[in-house]
Write a protein that binds this ligand. Structure first.
Ligand code: PLP
Length: 374
């Protein structure tokens, strides 16, 4: 049985070139990049080159890139760090459809006395600048709204949202974990102050990511210790991971348009076949969407049973968010878009990737047809 992987929003396969680029830094050039002897020179240089490559991919300056352990750490750092900066309990503003890395960071800050506003999206899963303008409190220190949603794929109008935040004197952070390497991301055009990214979502290694921090924007260290990362993020650098991340991102950005086109063709074919086979569904989210991320709800069905039956047929997909796969509760995102419970319970997430083929699409529709009609 051929295995079909359609859960690329959960994680992606490591790019072969990125993998090769990582090896020397583990086996031969294993010197600590902070060392001051000659054996550390090359790892140090490799870090600088990786910083330059990553910065160029998002139109940032190299000194604006801070390496972290991934999206979760970047989100925690941006939100908790900014909120704590002034010593006063200024408000945090975020949305109801954020990843738990943002939501739980905000909930923690709320538990220690910081006011938090959770903005509701439209029923299509979009946070509009008008909704933000209405709800942002005067004392906000940070507004955090994701660039692309991991469950339903909606791309948010981040540039306009950042303008609202700035007009209220707040800094703007975006969780771009699902977007970087998949859609064009330019931090200057977006006008964001901070942006989180994670390598394993764009064919890089797991456990490594970065936070973009615009020059001149204040952020206290999140991890205390050594002087790495300009004194802001202590800990011996994961040179192999960082180099692998930079190569994976460069490769993805260079083939972004080709990948988007290929995935777009698969997505159109998939939707066409669903309709031709009279499989009743609703698709969640609208407006601008991430390529290949398809959230489908089947009325009266159970998403988890669909997942298990697809799994038996060799197809790996997700119900709501993979990070939440042990939970049988309805996802907070589907609740936030006010999807009726009978649909929400029967929701699956398909996230196509560049390695998927038209044969995969045919097999997925065939499997869904069997499961939904039974
Ligand atoms: N933010 C979003 C939108 C995500 O989809 C994820 C992972 O699923 C994360 C943050 C967490 O990233 P990481 O797995 O690198 O900690």
């Amino acid at each position: 049985m051929k295995k079909i992987y359609i859960d690329h929003a959960a994680t992606t396969k490591l790019d072969a070139v990125a993998f090769e680029s990582m090896k020397p830094w583990m086996m031969c050039e294993y010197g600590n990049a902070s060392g001051i002897y000659s054996f550390s020179r090359r790892p140090k240089k490799a870090l600088q080159e990786a910083r330059e490559i990553i910065a160029a991919c998002i139109n940032a300056f190299p000194d604006e890139i801070y390496f972290t352990s991934g999206g979760t750490e970047s989100d925690n750092w941006a939100i908790k760090g900014t909120a704590m900066l002034s010593g006063k309990k200024h408000a945090i503003v975020t949305s109801e459809i954020e990843h738990h890395a943002v939501l739980h960071s905000s909930k923690y800050m709320e538990s220690i006395g910081y006011p938090v506003t959770y903005i509701s999206p439209t029923e299509e899963g979009v946070i509009t600048p008008e909704i933000l303008e209405e709800q942002v409190p005067g004392s906000a220190s940070i507004v955090s709204v994701m660039l692309a949603n991991n469950e339903i794929g909606t791309v948010q109008p981040v540039k306009e949202l950042a303008a609202v935040a700035h007009a209220h004197g707040a800094v703007f952070h975006t969780d771009a974990v699902q977007a970087v390497g998949h859609i064009g991301v330019d931090v200057h055009k977006l006008n964001v102050d901070m942006l989180s990214a994670s390598a394993h979502k764009f064919n890089g290694p797991k456990g490594i990511g970065f936070l973009y921090l615009r020059r001149g924007v204040d952020l206290p260290p999140y991890l205390d210790g050594g002087a790495q990362e300009n004194g802001l993020r202590a800990g011996t650098e994961n040179v192999a991971g960082i180099v692998g991340m930079s190569i994976a991102l460069k490769n993805n950005v260079e083939s972004l348009e080709i990948n988007k086109q290929h995935i777009g063709t698969l997505e159109n074919q998939f939707m066409k076949q669903l309709n031709e086979n009279n499989i009743p569904y609703i698709r969640n989210g609208r407006n601008e969407m991430l390529p290949g991320l398809i959230s489908l709800s089947f009325e009266g069905k159970d998403g988890e049973s669909i997942l298990h039956r697809m799994d038996l047929m060799g197809i790996s997909l997700s119900t709501g968010s993979a990070c939440n796969s042990k939970s049988t509760q309805i996802s907070h995102v589907l609740k936030a878009i006010r999807l009726p419970e009978t649909f929400a319970k029967g929701t699956i997430r398909i996230s196509l990737g560049k390695d998927n083929t038209i044969e995969d699409v045919n097999a997925i529709v065939g499997a869904l047809k069997k499961i939904i009609s039974s």
